[in-house]
Write a protein that binds this ligand. Structure first.
Ligand code: CS2
Length: 489
């Protein structure tokens, strides 16, 4: 079977959409850091549609931070890959052409810096996961205790971390009189533009105060909310791509029909016509971010820890159990109550759609994938709405329940179907394995910067979390979760 590549485009079946623009005549305008499935299902597709609609030099140089293989594979396929959308009907394949070529930051930092310093590059987008920036949320600056930040700050050799690379490239552009690029963070973090901006300025100031000031005055970092449920690729994805396109594609990915991107429109050096892909440009992205982080991602984390503790491999398996679905519904209701009013959003419909999206029988999204990095996800998904609920005297139980399940999951028991995978794993495991619920709670409280102080010191919050933890010490998780749904679901 022939490998996907530019010379295969003419021979894919007619119902497989191919790039609607002349790839050879569109130049590069974007560098993207983080070449995972999500980028390929979301921003790269939107840019593909934008170039088909309005042309422009907006092709992407895709940078994998650590994975050399993915960059090599993408180059072997001339940057092309198959995106398969799986809704209720037959799956539909499309070949995406917006990625010009790929690099790996770990092994080709110099080439990445060269690309980032190219005047043609006007935007840098990022999907490197919450922990990928090395930013300490308590201070808003970089965390020099992290090896990659310490290494890049020391300035020995080319930088390898996201912030180190971006600052080095901005310094180069400043020295050469080239306008800076716009940095567009596409990770699930609240106020993600300001978050990245804080990291860039702090890192720069630690090396060169004037550079820090220049970045503060000149670099735009609009916030954005991104949404598309995209599981990791499996061998079945590749088989399906082969069946639909007739070509071998080692980078094929599958995703759901739903897609959303809300962006603050602040691009001093221009941007693609992303409107053509349905992107919403908003003056204030914060309400959209809150809605998505608290409703989708918050209930996703609840589903992930229920699934991990009950041995349910996929999100859809959790949703197949009416008792568990009731708990997801309860969580959505409590999280929704913490949102600001959104006159142009039908939140009831959004919630109903979420349930349908989670139930999608054709999407094999592993609970274990979502359960990873809980210490990076819980603050914005669970603790922030819990704090708002506490202040407004609204129900805390759903958030306390999700928190207790996460803590229990952190025990990393051998019998668990999915192991703890978290940058603070050792710390979390030790805390979760304390002898009594009170001791466990006290240890978690101590983990710096995670729980808002006001929440941690609330007696109501404490009582709710402890009550679930106490149940979990006495009975199997399955019984505790079932009892919760019978009592409160
Ligand atoms: C998920 C997200 O892995 C996770 O933590 O909650 O990746 C989720 O699938 C996306 O944000 C959906 O847009």
């Amino acid at each position: 079977m022939t490998r996907l590549g530019a010379n295969r485009l003419a021979s894919v079946p007619k119902d497989v959409q191919t790039p609607g623009y002349d790839r050879a005549n569109c130049g590069v305008g974007i560098v993207h850091l983080g070449l995972g499935a999500f980028h390929r299902a979301h921003q790269a597709l939107c840019t593909d549609i934008a170039m088909a609609a309005g042309g422009g030099d907006w092709k992407i140089i895709g940078v994998s931070m650590r994975n050399e293989q993915i960059a090599a594979d993408l180059n072997d396929q001339d940057g092309l890959y198959t995106l398969i959308v799986k809704g209720s009907g037959a799956p539909k394949a499309q070949i995406i052409g917006s990625i010009a070529r790929a690099l790996c930051a770990r092994t080709q930092a110099d080439k990445v810096l060269e690309a980032l310093s190219d005047p043609a590059v006007r935007i840098v987008t990022t999907t490197v996961t919450e922990k990928g920036y090395g930013i300490d949320r308590a201070t808003g600056g970089v965390d020099p205790s992290l090896p990659i930040i310490a290494r890049d700050l020391a300035g020995e050799g080319a930088p390898e971390g996201v912030i180190g690379l971006l600052v080095a490239a901005l310094a180069e552009r400043r020295a050469r009189g080239i306008a800076p690029f716009t940095v567009l963070c596409c990770d699930n973090l609240p106020d993600n533009g300001a978050f990245v901006r804080g990291g860039l300025i702090d890192f720069a100031k630690r090396r060169d105060a004037a550079l820090g000031r220049w970045i503060a005055a000149n670099v735009a970092c609009p916030s954005s909310m991104v949404d598309r449920i995209t599981p990791a690729q499996t061998p079945a994805t590749r088989d399906l791509a082969r069946a639909l396109t007739g070509a071998e594609d080692v980078l094929a990915i599958e995703t759901e029909p739903f897609s959303q991107w809300v962006i603050e429109d602040h691009f001093p050096t221009g941007r693609p016509q992303w409107e053509a892909a349905g992107v919403i440009f908003a003056a204030d992205v914060a309400p959209f971010e809150k809605m998505k982080l608290r409703l989708l991602n918050g209930s996703h984390s609840l589903i992930a820890y229920m699934g991990a503790l009950l041995g349910k491999k996929y999100v859809r398996d959790v949703m197949d159990d009416p008792k568990l679905e009731a708990l997801v519904g309860r969580h959505l209701e409590a999280a929704c109550a913490t949102l600001p009013s959104m006159p142009n959003m039908d939140l009831a419909q959004y919630r109903a759609d979420l349930i349908e999206r989670f139930r999608n029988p054709n999407i094999a999204h592993q609970t274990c994938q979502i359960a990873a990095d809980g210490s990076e996800k819980m603050p914005q998904r669970i603790f922030a709405p819990a704090l708002d609920a506490l202040r407004a005297d609204q129900p805390l139980r759903p958030f306390a329940f999700a928190t207790a399940l996460w803590i229990w999951f952190c025990r990393d028991d051998d019998s668990q179907s999915c192991q703890l995978n978290d940058p603070r794993a050792q710390h979390l495991k030790k805390a979760a394995r304390q002898a009594t619920p009170h001791m466990i709670f006290a240890e978690f409280e101590k983990i710096a910067g995670m729980l808002p102080k006001e929440l941690a010191s609330s007696c109501v919050w404490r009582a709710e979390v402890l009550s679930v933890l106490t149940e979990l010490t006495h009975r199997p998780a399955q019984q505790v979760i079932q009892a919760e749904s019978e009592k409160f679901g």
